[in-house]
Write a protein that binds this ligand. Sequence first.
Ligand code: ADP
Ligand code: ZN
Length: 748
Amino acid sequence: MENSDGSLILQVAIDTPLRRTFDYLAPVPAAATPAGSPRARPGVRVRVPFGRTTKIGIVVAVTDRSTMPRAKLKHAGEIIDCEPLFDPVGFELLRWAADYYHHPIGEVLAAALPAALRDGRSLEEPRLLWEPTPLGLAEATTPSDRRAPTQRALLAHLCVIGPRTTAELGVEFDPAILRAVATRGWIRERPQPALPADVPPGVAPVLRSSSIELTDAQRLAVDRIVESGKRFAVHLLHGVTGSGKTEVYLRAIAGLIGDHGQALVLVPEISLTPQLVERFRQRFDSAPAILHSGLAAGERLDAWRRARSGEARIVIGTRSAVLVPLPRLALIIVDEEHDASYKQHEGFRYSARDLAVVRARRADVAIVLGSATPSLESLENAIQGRYRKLMLPERPGAARAARMRLVDLRRHAVDHGFSQPAIAAIATHLAAGAQVIVFQNRRGYAPTLFCAACGWVATCAHCDARLTLHRHPAGLRCHHCGAQRPPANRCEACGRDLHPVGQGTERIEETLGRLFPGQSIARLDRDTVTTRGAIDALLERVRSGDARILVGTQMLTKGHDFPEIGLVVILDADQGLFATDYRAAERLAQTIIQVAGRAGRATRPGEVLIQTEFPDHPLLRLLIDAGYEAFAAQALAERREARWPPYARLALLRADAKDPVRLDAFLCAASRLAQATAVERSRGVSVLGPANALIARRADRHRAHLLIEAGDRSSLQRFLGDWLPRVESLSAPHGLRWSLDVDPLEVD
Ligand code: ADP
Ligand code: ZN
């Protein structure tokens, strides 16, 4: 029943795990402010009483009705913003995403806001920037004495990098030092000139000319994208690695952005693709706004504001950049659209790639999904005619695609993971002056520590998983919960010697050092590159030719362009061949093609060796002999047969708890509700499980799930809409956590 007495009700989204909004009466008139000041409307922040505290929420709707009795409603407090935070399409997208992913709207909106705005900072508030005073400048050039080295370091730093906020400097310099230097009169704080409110400069960013002449395929792709003009169209740009997709992006943007438009460019991981960002910086005359997780709070707010005001004409960012306000959106690019990092793996589990397509449709603009290894669902969309396919089948100029060869591990002796043919090929390429990549998707020294006498294996005390042996720093580490122990030499069961079994990147590096003494080796994995600077330094070592061999994990697959790689060795293709997950084969094929794509850039002919115990595996054969598209066609046929996506839609209810009995009881109850819901209202929806997760216990919590499968999106959505409120009304046992994942990437 809804009550209406004419007074205004604000529906407010609050950052809590509850799947609902909260009703408040409009602020009491006394608190209201003069004309031209903030008023309640969708998209503005508001302070509201919540329990015993005050929270900052976002007004989602203004109405005159509430399901709550009027007397129970509280008044909202201060309205913070004069203008809605989001552009209308962006705000609609967020509300749509909350519905589609069945995630609390308050958490969705919070995920879309920079932390500073979640904390109630004013959107219009000028940023205070520290800058050197004339006295400071003089001191920096001709120091009067040499005391206070830290203060002098700060002064010198500011002179080099230019004005910065306290927050930005806070990474290296304590606020107390800032104050001390200010007291000396060397630096002062000044408000940054206000950003133009909503008036971007009315000129198109200029794409600087370059010596690159487009290939016919590139030209055709650019023309098609630009021709589709300012209407919704999805272009699937399937370009082999090194075929020049970035050049297509640059020209498509130049062609469509016009005098006011904005382009959004999504990339999987910025720290791993500095080249792409660099090319955008060099080629356009206006600086792109960059958004990624490594930004300081102030930098993030700054980039977000520049996107929102329309001042940033090109916004490059990782996953969450798809949620940023872009009032003049004209084109979206999703680079490496198949990449798993577009899916958020916790909390609000959205797919940035999928949301980008929805956003393009709502904004009625073109979107380009680019990849050398398009996801099977995008290929299926192209087959169905929903996406337009654009091909870049070749590398421009002299660069040739690498030759791929399988090495049958059953027929060759193996030395610590390296077959004789692989060792010989590495030697040949090094002798010819080429660089070599060795890919092994396992970090650490050895994935297992094993007693040959009694069969004991080092396992994690908190997870159903083995501990990985690491050498630098030495220790046994759990890659699932982070637990660490000193390395053991003797078996805990029988006291005899333990042996490391299997190959991690650390051990591969050691073996390469032994096999190829005197060759400089670089290693790229999450243990060697923990900071942005370390990644840059390592990539530079490879690019400059200082490192002759590069060993690495999955991190190697991301768009690096190294001109002198002659050979890529994939040590173990088999991990993915028989995995239980239905996407494992797709992921393996993408990894092989992406890693292989690092070979044979520029003028060097490339070679790829793939070691396997199953050289006759049909999908692997197809991939090597006929290429990714042939593989994809076969893999899609298998998906269709087995009713997996894209021929079905999935949702996964995951739960975990310390007590396995209660966990099971909860999931069984949820399953019974699901069966009932499916029978009553959603025929064609099936419920599987409860089943244990692949790692059935992690960090002392037991993990299991229910899998929901439906023939199409709308029946899945209808089912979830009926079922979830029922699950929410179950009294979950204390300490149990559950979450829903719509379109999960892993059924685990
Ligand atoms: P992709 O992203 O498709 O793997 P890139 O965009 O990184 O490929 O391009 C690979 C290399 O080819 C880059 O060094 C780029 O400058 C160069 N390139 C791109 N297009 C052309 C072209 N038409 N002629 C010559 N070189 C090109
Ligand atoms: Zn563990």
